[in-house]
Design a protein around this ligand. Structure first.
Ligand code: ADP
Ligand code: MG
Length: 698
């Protein structure tokens, strides 16, 4: 006999095979449990009436009280439309029906007081409410209490499964919950954190009587969700630590010391020193290092990476540094070679365009240990790339790498090499804790001295001439310019079009022979890209028109102006990354955000944040508030946190409580074997089995 949650959804009253198929396809609702976990996205307080003058286009649903004074039928047959003027003491709206016109018309009464419930829209500059829900006040007492609104889809809507329809289905299940709905937390935790039972929480989240019901239900469900997330992270971390011991790098040897004393052209910042110490401690611990290094663009992460790789070499281990693009890998290679010149250490480069003949030499050098440091793109992950004794892998700008790719590095030695992940996309604390529960985090929170703040401004299309004049003046001063266009996967064609149009416009406004313009985009062959990039790096061209391929890591100190076109289409962290391409030299740098005049509230906030702040951490906090963590982490990782109800932007407090509870549990019952923790054991086992072992590296 099935228990209630796993009963297939098609057995539910009102759901045939057709609707069942649609529910499962559109919403991943396969059984009663899934439907019960389809939570309202908000509630409407039905005891509250909005005044018509206060209607707002962002209202999702409102309740109005008033009368009808005009009824009008227009159109014929399928195009019949009914409208009625509805008013209160502050204004009027049109009620509109496209279906059931005759029937509704006959049931409407002028001068009756109605309560109207629906979603207000603006049609030809007038407020209207299509297909409102109506109650006559004299017949029924007004509805009170809180009514849930459920997410639905267009297809479900067309089969009657709109919010109302879903509410009805859920109301068929709720009375059956009774005793058969399983609790999934222990008595102890339920008591200690004053949670209501799971059964009550499910009932109350769908059918609350008051605000308190909603709060209790939401708290209980969020707590549970975050508790299991934390528990999962703790368990995975423990498993990893048991499975893998780490290489020990005992020596601080000649390479490191010579570099530090004789080669380093500047003082390390205190933050860099602190981080190197932290890493060194890991190298001595005998445990496998899994460390995330956060630091704003230009904070000197690459240098830290270099010095840790020297530590590996000093101890007889090889090291590799992996970058997300060929351009970036090449730049790393060049700057490393320059830093390390005439030190007895061999550095090689491996990318997708490394020739076969070269590859052969490279492979040999790696296998016999003559190459100490390998710089490369993901070409480095290929199975044919083998090392004599790799001890450390540095992954630059990790958000470009998928987790599965990273785990390939693990297989390249008898024990997994230490992993240092570097990112310029800072992650706020609660999020770091949640995402990287099994990663140690280091932060470089200081820029090298003498950097000038980049001046950022926001300009509209109508200012373009002025912007171009400014750009010309900067070029006269000998500076170089980036002009970046959006590239978003879904509309690659359109973006390409925009880029080419932009390129033409730029070429026209900045004519030869006075100005020379380069272009780099994703559809070019990598040799072409390289060629253009090199021209710009060498100063042969003054303007680089590009898509976001230049976003990460590229270093041209003489480039001091970044113009971002259609800036509203970029996320905050991306804007910040792009801006980080300038401000690398001695000159005052500028970032100009070009946007359309019509901006959503959110886009405006993003532009403001960029103009007001140069601080990556502050920007990340705003980004998190605006977009949510899934986006922040990049698409590849957004699936990891499949949160149904919690919102990491707002639930930091509950994250802390849940983490504390999970930690206590693991301390008192490390194997989760006590009878009192039976339910927890069952639940967490299911969770661990249902997911791939993504926790291995990140
Ligand atoms: P990140 O990778 O963190 O964006 P980089 O490592 O590319 O930053 O460093 C940016 C620039 O700053 C490089 O030219 C680097 O040589 C320089 N740099 C790094 N550390 C220092 C320091 N302590 N003092 C002065 N310049 C530094
Ligand atoms: Mg970098």
């Amino acid at each position: 006999m099935n228990d209630l949650p796993s009963t297939p959804i098609e057995y539910l009253k009102g759901v045939g095979p057709q609707k069942a198929a649609l529910l499962s396809k559109e919403m991943e609702i396969h059984n009663y449990g899934d439907l019960l976990f389809h939570f309202p996205y908000r509630y409407v307080d039905r005891s509250y009436f909005t005044k018509i003058k206060d209607l707002h286009y962002e209202d999702s649903h409102v309740q109005l009280k008033g009368k009808i004074d005009q009824i009008k039928e227009t159109g014929k047959g399928r195009y019949k439309k009914l409208s009625a003027r509805f008013y209160d003491d502050t204004g009027s709206v049109q009620l509109i029906w496209f279906r059931g016109v005759s029937w509704i018309k006959s049931s409407l009464n002028i001068n009756e007081t109605y309560i109207i419930f629906g979603k207000p829209k603006i049609y030809s500059q007038k407020w209207s409410i299509p297909h409102p829900e109506m109650t006559v006040i004299s017949h029924n007492s007004p509805r009170t209490g809180f009514f849930p609104l459920y997410p639905s889809t267009e297809k479900l809507n067309s089969k009657g499964l709109n919010s109302k329809g879903i509410e009805k289905l859920i109301s068929f299940i709720i009375p059956q919950i009774g005793q058969s709905f399983p609790e999934s937390l222990s008595e102890e935790i339920v008591n200690e954190y004053r949670l209501i039972s799971k059964k009550d929480a499910i009932k109350k989240i769908h059918q609350p009587n008051n605000q308190q019901d909603i709060q209790q239900a939401v708290f209980r469900l969020k707590f549970e969700e975050l508790f299991y997330l934390q528990l999962e992270l703790l368990i995975r971390k423990k498993l990893t630590a048991i499975k893998h011991h780490g290489f020990v790098f005992k020596e601080v040897g000649t390479l490191f010391n010579t570099f530090y004393k004789d080669k380093l052209p500047f003082q390390l910042t205190n933050a860099q020193k602190k981080v190197i110490k932290e890493i060194r401690k890991d190298f001595l611990s005998g445990e496998h290092m899994n460390r995330l290094l956060q630091g704003d663009v230009g904070s000197g992460k690459t240098l830290v990476a270099l010095m840790t790789m020297l530590l590996a070499a000093d101890n007889g281990y090889q090291a590799a540094i992996m970058a997300p693009t060929e351009i970036l890998a090449t730049q790393h290679f060049e700057s490393l070679t320059e830093f390390l010149n005439d030190l007895p250490i061999r550095v090689s480069l491996l990318t997708g365009s490394t020739k076969k003949s070269q590859r052969k030499i490279l492979h040999e050098g790696l296998e016999n240990g003559e190459i100490h440091i390998l710089v490369g793109t993901h070409a480095l992950l290929e199975d044919t790339v083998k090392f004599k004794n790799i001890g450390l892998v540095v992954i630059d700008e990790q958000h470009r790498f998928g987790v599965a790719q990273r785990s390939k590095m693990w297989a390249k030695n008898t024990s997994p090499p230490h992993i240092l992940i570097m990112t310029a996309t800072p992650i706020p604390r609660t999020l770091a804790m949640t995402f990287y529960g099994d990663l140690e985090v280091s932060v470089i929170d200081e820029l090298p001295p003498g950097r000038k703040e980049i001046k950022t401004s926001h300009r509209y299309e109508k200012h373009r001439l002025k912007v171009f004049e400014f750009v010309k003046a900067q070029i006269k001063l000998g500076r170089q310019i980036y002009m970046v266009y959006p590239l978003i996967k879904e509309s690659e064609k359109l973006d390409f079009h925009n880029l080419m149009d932009g390129f033409e416009a730029v070429s026209r406004s900045f004519p030869l022979p006075e100005y020379k313009v380069s272009i780099v985009h994703g559809q070019m062959k990598s040799e072409e890209k390289d060629f253009e990039m090199q021209r710009f790096i060498k100063g042969e061209t003054q303007i680089m028109v590009a898509t976001t391929v230049i976003e990460v890591g590229v270093n041209v100190p003489n480039a001091s102006v970044m113009v971002i076109e259609s800036a509203e289409r970029f996320g905050l962290s991306q804007l910040h990354q792009l801006r980080g391409r300038v401000g690398r030299g001695a000159d005052q740098s500028f970032c100009i955000l070009m946007t359309a005049i019509e901006l959503s509230k959110e886009s405006k906030k993003r532009m403001q944040t960029m103009v007001n702040s140069n601080d990556g951490f502050e920007i990340a906090e705003v980004d998190l508030k605006l977009r949510g963590p899934g986006d922040l982490m990049g698409t590849q990782q957004s699936g990891i946190l499949d949160l149904k109800i919690s919102d990491l932007r707002k639930d930091g407090q509950i994250v802390l409580l849940a983490r504390e509870a999970a930690r206590k549990l693991i301390q008192t019952d490390p194997k989760i074997e006590l009878g009192t923790n039976d339910r927890i054991k069952k639940t967490i086992e299911k969770i661990l089995l249902s997911k791939p072992d993504w926790g291995k590296i990140a």
